[in-house]
Design a binder for this molecule. Structure first.
Ligand SMILES: NC(=O)c1ccc[n+]([C@@H]2O[C@H](COP(=O)([O-])OP(=O)(O)OC[C@H]3O[C@@H](n4cnc5c(N)ncnc54)[C@H](O)[C@@H]3O)[C@@H](O)[C@H]2O)c1
Length: 441
């Protein structure tokens, strides 16, 4: 059920959100749902136009209300609109939140978006404004990059305007719920900035707001939180290579190991994707290099995760009944994780790329990822038509993964059809009884 906004309390809160992506849009709507006047700023004109028409491809919901309806409701209530005009948003808002990304290219993070957003904010900064950074950053960025840019306005941080950093911890698909219920860590250039940020964040979160002593503590904790997950996944991916050699099912081993009260192994998969985890090491590394800290474990973990798509392809190659150059493979799911529309840095794209480089023809079906690739197809039937094997890389709702009769009727009759399951969705006896080879991690 959508929230009944406490308009009396929040209607005078004017919030500008820079960056309307996977974090910024649901965050903007979370403030709007609670009665704030929210302007979303993005440099992507198409995105801004679509949002103002009530269109978004995100897979989020709040208490079963889909983000599409929340967006349309808030547009209609005039509590939210999107614009490319930063100056207009700066003129109308005194709470400014930044959620632009820090893309990584060949291991090199780029702070260009953060710098550009900072300059657009500086151009319209007013005395009394709060600037709250929520992007995941290289530790030190708020103080060393953002602050000097904002002070080109002639205003002084901590004196004329407030500057704070609060890391964003949501998982895509659970954004609204996690804004509300995930403990949120907050820091400021000074105590007043931190308090101001906590007051603003308390509008959208009922969970603990945890104060930290400096901007750098929170920036560093955020990057380390993400790296810790990357390392833990690398560990279990390595365990999976061992259990496979032993002839054991890694998912059963993990389930059994996790009955230990102090052990919490994660699940292996086709690799690690999305914007957050694969990039995290590259946010820590520049600072570590500057400080002369080598990070061997963290770098090895990243390499292990980067190698998993190659391992998945080796499982496919093992069962090809024809040379790779004549093989046709159906891929189910290109999203970076189950039930997501986000395929950024998705291991599925790596798996597909490697199969194609080996000469295989790939037809991939993912009904919710909006991006069209030259290997994308529009139906499961199209994907499996004449395929020698199926690789399941990410699950999506509404797909019958066990319609073996359909699979058999459409797949190639060259050799025995096979399924490579990287998501632990199949029961071996059923798949084998249906006449398929099942290959798992
Ligand atoms: N996606 C997640 O689940 C998640 C979770 C926690 C933290 N984060 C962090 O939050 C930040 C945003 O991630 P995201 O997934 O929402 O990224 P995203 O790419 O989906 O969204 C970023 C948006 O910022 C816009 N943008 C770029 N430059 C801009 C500028 N100068 N002014 C205004 N808008 C600009 C882009 O057009 C884009 O729409 C990143 O730092 C990410 O690491 C993401």
């Amino acid at each position: 059920m959508p929230i009944t906004p406490d308009t009396a309390e929040n209607e005078n809160k004017h919030v500008a959100i820079f960056g309307l992506g996977f974090v910024g849009l649901p965050l903007a709507l979370s403030f709007a749902m609670r009665g704030c006047q929210v302007i979303g700023v993005d440099v992507n004109k198409t995105l801004v136009q679509e949002l103002n028409q009530g269109i978004t491809y995100h897979r989020e919901s709040y208490h079963h209300t889909p983000i599409q309806k929340i967006l349309r409701d808030q547009l209609k209530a005039k509590r939210f609109y999107a614009t490319t005009d930063a100056a207009e948003a700066m003129a109308k808002c005194d709470n400014i939140i930044v959620t632009v990304g820090v893309p990584v290219e060949n291991g090199q993070p780029s702070l260009d978006h953060v710098g550009a957003a900072g300059r657009a904010i500086a151009a319209g900064l007013k005395p009394g404004d709060l600037v709250l950074m929520r992007s995941t950053l290289i530790p030190g960025t708020t103080r060393n990059l953002v602050l000097p840019i904002l002070e080109t306005s002639g205003l002084k941080a901590g004196q004329d305007f407030y500057l704070a950093y609060s890391s964003e911890r949501i998982a895509e698909g659970r954004a609204f719920e996690e804004f509300e219920n995930m403990p949120t860590v907050v820091s400021g250039i000074d105590r007043t900035s931190r308090d101001k940020a906590m007051e603003l964040l308390s509008i959208v979160t009922k969970a603990d707001l945890v104060p930290a002593s400096s901007l750098e503590v929170v920036e560093t904790a955020k990057v380390m939180e993400n790296i810790s997950r990357d390392v833990n996944i690398a560990m279990v991916n390595e365990f999976a290579r061992f259990t496979k050699a032993m002839g054991l099912d890694i998912f059963e081993v993990v389930r059994i190991a996790n009955t230990h009260q102090r052990v919490k192994l994660l699940s292996p998969g086709p690799g690690v994707g999305g914007y957050c985890l694969p990039n995290a090491l590259h946010y820590l590394a520049p600072k570590a290099d500057e400080l002369g800290v080598p990070l061997p474990l963290l770098r090895t973990a990243r390499q292990i995760n980067e190698q998993v798509p190659g391992f998945v392809v080796s499982l496919v190659v093992k069962h090809l009944p024809v040379p790779a150059s004549r093989a046709r493979i159906a891929v189910f799911g290109i999203a970076m994780k189950d039930f997501s529309s986000d395929e950024r840095l998705s291991p599925a794209l790596d798996v597909i790329g490697l199969m194609r480089r080996a000469g295989m023809q790939v037809a991939a079906y993912d009904p919710v990822v909006p991006t069209r690739y030259d290997f994308s197809v529009d139906s499961l039937e199209e994907a499996i038509q004449d395929a020698h094997g199926i690789v399941v890389l990410a699950r999506q709702e509404g797909i019958d993964y066990c319609d073996f009769a359909l699979f058999k009727s459409l797949m190639s009759k060259d050799g025995k059809p096979f399924i490579v399951d990287t998501r632990n969705i199949y029961i071996r006896s059923k798949v084998e009884k249906a006449g398929f080879i099942l290959e798992t991690l």
